[in-house]
Design a protein around this ligand. Sequence first.
Ligand code: ADP
Ligand code: ZN
Length: 752
Amino acid sequence: MLYAQVVLPLAQPMYSFSVDESLGVEVGDAVVVQFGSSRYYTGIVWGISSERPNFPRLKPILSKLYSRRLLSPATQRLWEWIADYYLCTLGEVMRLALPSLAKPSATSLSELDERSIEPPTEQFIALSDELRSEEALLAYHDKHVRRAPRRVKTIERIAALVAERKAEDGFVPRRLVDVDTQHLAALRTKGLICTEQRLRERLTSGDKQNFILPTLSSAQQQALEVIHKAHNEDKVALLHGVTGSGKTEIYIHLIAEHLALGHDVMVLVPEIVITSQLIERLERIFEGRTTTYHSRLTPLRRGREFLRLAASSGGELIVGVRSTIFLPMHNPGLIIVDEEHDPGYKQSDLQPRYNARDCAVVMSRIYGARVVLGSATPSLESYTNALTGKYGYAELKERWGKGVLPEIVVSDTLRALKRGERRTHFNLDLLCNIERSMASNEQVILFQNRRGYAPYIQCRTCGYSPRCPHCNVTLTQHKASSRLECHYCGYTMERTEVCPNCQTRDMKAMGFGTEKVEEEIARLFPEARIERLDGDTSSSESAFKRIVHSFEQHESDILVGTQIISKGFDFEGVSTVGVLNADNLLSAPDFRATERAFQLLMQVAGRAGRHNDRGRVVIQTSQPQHPVIRYVASGDYHAMARTELAERRAFGYPPYSHIIRFTLRHSDYELLRRAAHVLSSHLRARFAQRVMGPVSAALEMLRGEHRAEILLKIESGASLKLARAHIRQVFDEMRNDKSVKMVTITTDVDAL
Ligand code: ADP
Ligand code: ZN
């Protein structure tokens, strides 16, 4: 008899089971076990030994799921690192990493039929029989070269490839033929070629010529060399390139190099729908090798992709959001984290509260993979690592080709108001630029950081504003539904005309969101075609795609949106970008406010003039002298980083420390206060003045629960490992403390 340690998808330590040797269970396998008297779970075998653990009654493992081992030893190390670093259990990592393969309480066996998983294919092309001889080709050339030179060129390219590769049956991979799909379809209709899906070719020649790659500019070539050098020294590389500098082209070259060696490559993106353009570009070049992974896939689809990758022998390109890091890789070679500064890489709502960018860096150690972090506005954490030489650093300061960075106009809202140069929420500076763009048939993007019509309504007589009874924040007015809505919990109520407080009929919409911007711009430019892109209009992927597509095709002229429009898009015709109100970005009560505001504004600005002459960005603010606005206007990342880092150092904030945030919540305020006091005194006993709080959380109340926060600041240089050990002890000590037990406490390491 053997004994197995099994991870179950619970916030619990591992459990031991006995294993019948005939089951052939190995470490890394998924198994079904019975837990309690009637519940069944899928578990992962973490270790096997012949020594009986010291438990009186051990239950047996019931069966093995899937013929493939789900976890490699390296992936086990990754899970262990995450559980240790983010202070959670392996079971919580499992819940996140294998959501669709490991049903908690699976009573039935394997839900996915592994046999239904087909090996990946790619398209192959052959010339039709009539064109297969030298004479036929010559004759074809002579007859058509005048009228259809492109067609002749393609056919000759295919013939050359057949000869070069000695392809006996005449079929060559489509990826080596540099033409668009429509052109090939036309050739097929004319009967000149035929195509076939075949098993994907295995590449091991190490030759990037296996793909058709963009030619790099000399700046891009230099950046690529810096990245190579960093990788040869086993360092992570930070690629800092302004918007439109062609970071993607550099990624493409790196991906090709690794795929050609038979390596697996991961490209992480902060949000899948936003990066559809990037994915399309990658799929065009690496057809048949790309897998996209995100939470909108059905569980079945996700499970299948997982199992397929678990059985793959390498050469995969996996593109996806943060949870992609949990997919199996056979031969990990390269991990690219695009927009590495994006807060979307951090999971903040449930355990493990991991940051996929930081995990990628750890994976480079565990898997021996190369890592590239790319951004136009790197996080100060990564930038500091580049400054100290821990990371390699490649910088692209200019846009690719003839592209120039947009001109940035800072427009003072207060001055405009005084001079009568403001119409509702638009300064004349912005209106003139919109007019200019409309007159020359170019497009406009308008950015406002809030969705809805008005962030709150207020009684002009007594000042009362309706608030969410569960979250205590003001309710946002939505125009379409004429309702008030809580943006934290979704609570809604009818919009009132009469003040519930003083009964006067005097409620007014205050501030403005994207709906109001849309309404006003439509009034100012009645002939313009306007679309709005925010959380309300793009709740479904198809709605999102329709809006983006219509703007891409210039079927709309003005796009109004929230930060969703700031990322990754490359719209050809945009010549004006307007930021309607930068003030609420500048005043966020957060030590990262400066960095975030700079990143967001630079990113929004980056949408302008990517293709036409020179784009213009108008930023409306009442604080034109604010340092962030000045840095954005001069586009000076380094200056922003220098001053901001000095400030962070002075106050001991990241990257000069790690912040661990404990959030406590309970509906009973007294109970919460007591628990917060107990936790903070326990922490103070060990960490002294490194403990801050308890204070009320930024959202004092959420979904009917009161919230309090305690922050722990561990300065760089001190042992974070030791700190984690202390925290575990604190939780152990409090385990039996009744006053704490009832309260939910969450722990967030490296909280954003
Ligand atoms: P970034 O990701 O840095 O914002 P992109 O990779 O999207 O920049 O490049 C911006 C634009 O310039 C794209 O339209 C891209 O096709 C073009 N481009 C950049 N580098 C090259 C290159 N070497 N060859 C051809 N086109 C390029
Ligand atoms: Zn609410």
